[in-house]
Ligand binder design. Sequence first.
Ligand code: NAD
Length: 258
Amino acid sequence: MDGGRLNGKVVLVTGGASGIGAACVTRMADEGAFVVSTDIAPQDEEQSDAALCLQHDVADEDQWIAAIAATLERYGRLDVLVNNAGITFRQPIEDASLEDWNRMIGINLTGTMLGCKHGVRAMRDNPGGPSGSIINMSSMAGMIGMAQAPGYNATKGGVRLLTKSVAVRCATEYRGIRCNSLHPGAIDTPIHEPRLSGAEDRDAARASMDLLQPVGRMGTAQEIAACVVFLASDDASFVTGAELVADGGWLADGGSTR
Ligand code: NAD
């Protein structure tokens, strides 16, 4: 697309098969980027707006090395990395399963760390010098405590501070590389299906999720993709180490989980 905000940029989005990741793939391609969509789930390249689809478990370092290598082989550079893949479990601390905890840490936190590590290496070596933007998908769960989500809280809080560490390192060492975290409120995607389908009254469960946000509704994946585009674009050239909250006013309202 001529005049797109990401014209010619090479973008890698993890978790691109569903929800927010899929919306990022579509929007970033519309903005003129060459998008590599990776996911642990198989993707139908014919149906995807991505230029390249890769199967990729973000918790596995060898698979990160392979995904970045495939991107560089195809496009010769990496301009934007969206560390989006994530999972959640709802378990209060006294019922926390160690297996679920370790799985969530592996995907949400270690997966983001590995993405930053290999993304920075690629961006550092970009033709023309270090440049790029990394967007790490945190959450409102990275800002406030949630009684049912200690593991998710821990991973998303970790992502928030990992982001600042990477941002400071890159700002001082590789001036053109930025790293920011994004903190969505409740967004209408398949991640909430287990909670909704497990509820006695699905409509009531859905309404309570809508009401977390003072605006009275969940956000859409497209609204989060729009924030990702801003952070990825040169419009955000002075924005690094920042937290972009997109939550329909939830945090401003005190972050109550009611
Ligand atoms: P989603 O379930 O629709 O999509 C998540 C994607 O991640 C899926 O395609 C899944 O296959 C993929 N994935 C899971 N494990 C993976 C792994 N090991 N390696 C690679 N891919 C893997 O969920 P979503 O709502 O679009 O969530 C995307 C991100 O946004 C997550 O990090 C989530 O924590 C975060 N987030 C979501 C919300 C929300 O309310 N939906 C709010 C705040 C933050």
